[in-house]
Design a protein around this ligand. Sequence first.
Ligand code: FAD
Length: 474
Amino acid sequence: MSEPFVVVGGDAAGLSAASKCKREDPDREVIVYEKSDWISYAHCGMPYYVKGEVDSIGDLLSLSPSEVRERGVDLHRNHEVVDIDPDRQVVRVEADGESAEQSYGDLLIATGARAVSAPIDGTDLDDVFTMHHMHSAAALRALLTPPEEADDSIFDAGYVDLSEMTEYFERDPPETVAIVGGGYVGVEMAEAFLAWDLDTYLYQRPSRPAPPFGEAVGDELVEYLDESGVELHLDTEVETLDGDGSIERVVAEDGTVEVDLALVGIGIRPNTGLVADTGVELGDSGAITVDEYGRTAVEDIYAAGDCAEDRHAVTGEDEWVPLGLTANRAGRAIGQTVAGGLEPVGDIAGTAVLKAFDLECGRTGIVDHDRAEAAGFDPVSETITAGSRSGYYPGNAETTVTLTADRGSGKLLGGTIAGEDRAAIRIDTLASALHKETTVGELERFDLAYAPPFSPVWDPILVAAKVLNGSLTG
Ligand code: FAD
């Protein structure tokens, strides 16, 4: 009997690997260690839970501990793996003040990422939150709910300390919030706070929100956030969060604003401390370097999800793009590989979608010219606006598409999209094209669907491809 497959981290990457391995090789012992109470939860749903669009935090949980165990996985919550000895192939695990060793045949590091709040002072004040843990989502929802609407059912099936939540419930809800950082989480949370009628100030150091979505989408986001009532402080650095015990004001280079709540979303870092001194290598991003099967530089140790890099479909280089599908897909592939039969984790294209009020945004591949040039391309971009449906059909909405291609080869490098009518999901057409190394000329001839309720004869993607191809060949 081989030594167990040990998995560190009980969420997207870790549980996908554990479940897949057990399904493919039922005789293999599979052990999962998760340092918190929470397993199999959807970070991605937290803004919508805080907003109140999702009723209970339990709705964000996919598998319960008993369902994981029914799959034959030996799950240990509140168990932190604190050390790895690759020579002896053992991990050291701490729980309830006790320490024990566990041997492994294969080991998966699926420890995710953590929110960073430095270098801003005052992030340790009360009522300053980051949005990288279910506990924060529960606390924020309780704090935002008026005392007369307090209802414990919003914590159903969650691992929440109800006495702590009661304290939040009993307080007067905040009226003003500063969001520090206008990445996609900051944008999603602005919508959540406005739904609770908070005066919402969003501070962003760059000149547009969500920089990976490019300039055209960024400009639309500025317009939408502004029209929706978010007070934008763009090109503005926050210096300090200030208060006596709890947050009272945000001090930024453009002045001071009194607030009674703050959300800091200025970035995340991969959780890789566990692999220090093991021989597992890190890439430039600080995330773990893996090969196409998720194998690290150390034999029998794998890494997947937000703690690992992956190969980019456009550049062929290792990049860190921490997203949900990437974690689930890599975990599943590693589970298969460990069970027997090499399964590639798949390339990434950085495909992402974002909703800001009624605006849907999407991005894939490389849209930033500096980055494209650094990867050896000669980038050319075009931005077009076209209808989402036939002009006469109700619901038709303007859709803005930007495509970027390499001048020499005509190869599509990336694209972005924004619009109110099913714009985001159209990005998948571009993502599919990127994975097949399509040229803009080939994209222009894609056979996309047309019927008035769904698309004009010339889908906005085809219009953009036609215009960009004209620039490349004209
Ligand atoms: P995690 O989900 O972070 O899980 C890692 C687990 O490892 C944690 O439970 C942690 O407690 C545990 N752990 C860490 N160290 C140890 C240790 N030493 N011992 C034991 N256990 C340990 N992605 C999208 O694609 N689309 C979205 O819309 C989207 N929205 C998001 C919104 C928010 C607010 C956030 C925070 C993230 C969002 N993401 C989104 C990203 C997505 O949630 C992550 O990519 C995904 O959760 C990564 O899964 P993971 O398993 O790698 O890491």
